[in-house]
Design a protein around this ligand. Structure first.
Ligand SMILES: Cc1cc2nc3c(=O)[nH]c(=O)nc-3n(C[C@H](O)[C@H](O)[C@H](O)COP(=O)(O)O)c2cc1C
Length: 318
């Protein structure tokens, strides 16, 4: 698949997730075989004024290519300026978020609110496509709620405005993250546009990725919560698609080894205080599958530095 001029090696990609898909986690997903990774959603206004926190979220290095930087906003000029910053930072793709269900954003007429306004989406996509030379993609949902499916219309209007791909989270904004995804909506969007279509929603194990790809005809899938604490899913899904043998789930020791690598990367990237705060949650995703989960979770809130964190992981992931 090609998104504009950017070649995507295979159909298993990482979905953007706030508080999760930071630089260390994206690199990990890449190492485990995700073909495309994406930052979490960042306010276009913050990016446009080069806010320090926003720029940290946009940290990237060539080794994670191809990667997308995601912004959200409702003002075409602000989104265009933010997209220029995303390009400047080295991203291969700029992704526009028209899907976020968070009330604060929706009440401002941003994120998922824009699914009710195809003309506004078209204007934003056109302004951004004009402002940058990298491909512009968009992340949408099926529509504002179950009674209004606008995904097909939005995807068509965005394509006309210059979008190079569309990524559909197969739930409505009203659903947020609950309830079954409707992959038939991905199939309808795929039928309606010529640009590549990616789908996400409900991929928990590798076989789900294959099933949804086949059912919907999508060009690629984006793995969301299914990869939290479980980057192995990228490798397993890719092997399944290639018709290879099943790759078994990792042993606790292997999980611990990979977690230790992530701990080291997060301490390096954030410094001790922020790393400890973030890792308390991230490491529990890795620990969910080990028998000593409860004890690990308790311990994680007591560790005070990297050495203690390392000891705790070694003690429990055996
Ligand atoms: C914690 C969390 C944060 C998310 N943050 C973003 C985001 O910043 N931008 C975005 O486009 N989608 C975001 N999503 C949606 C995912 O990209 C993806 O579409 C969705 O998680 C797919 O459903 P699944 O988790 O059931 O696989 C987020 C999802 C979760 C669970």
């Amino acid at each position: 698949m090609k998104i504009g001029t950017v070649r995507i090696a295979h159909p298993i990609t990482l979905a953007p997730m706030e508080e999760h898909t930071n630089y260390p986690f994206r690199l990990l997903a890449k190492q485990f075989g995700a073909s495309l990774v994406c930052t979490e959603r960042i306010d276009a206004a913050d990016v446009a004024r080069r806010d320090r926190r926003a720029l940290k979220l946009l940290h990237t290095q060539p080794q994670e290519a191809p990667r997308a930087g995601q912004i959200s906003g409702a003002d075409p000029a602000v989104c265009a300026e933010a997209a220029r910053v995303v390009e400047e930072k080295g991203f291969d793709i700029v992704d526009l978020n028209f899907e976020c269900p968070i009330k604060r954003l929706v009440n401002r007429g941003e994120g998922g609110a824009l699914l009710a306004d195809p003309t506004a989406v078209e204007r934003i996509v056109a302004a951004v496509a004009k402002a940058v030379s990298i491909p512009v993609t968009l992340k949408i949902r099926t529509g504002p709620d179950a009674t209004r499916e606008t995904a097909v219309l939005i995807a068509q209007r965005a394509e006309q405005a210059g979008a190079a791909a569309v990524d559909l989270h197969a739930r409505s904004v009203a659903q947020a993250y609950l309830g079954g995804p409707d992959w038939s909506a991905v199939a309808r969007v795929k039928q309606a546009v010529g640009i590549p279509v990616l789908g996400s929603g409900g991929i928990r194990v590798a076989a789900d990725a294959r099933k949804y790809l086949t059912e919907s005809g999508a060009d690629a899938v984006a793995v969301g919560r299914g990869c939290l604490g479980n980057p192995w899913i990228f490798r397993q899904a890719r092997a399944l698609l290639q018709g290879g043998a099943d790759i078994p789930d990792p042993t606790p020791a292997e999980r611990g080894r990979v977690l230790l690598g992530l701990i080291e990367a997060e301490f390096q990237f954030y410094g001790p205080a922020a790393a400890l705060r973030r890792l308390a949650r991230t490491s529990c995703y890795f620990a969910k599958m080990i028998p000593e989960f409860a004890a690990f979770r308790e311990g994680v809130h007591r560790v005070r530095d990297q050495a203690e964190f390392r000891r705790l992981v070694k003690e429990h992931f055996r």
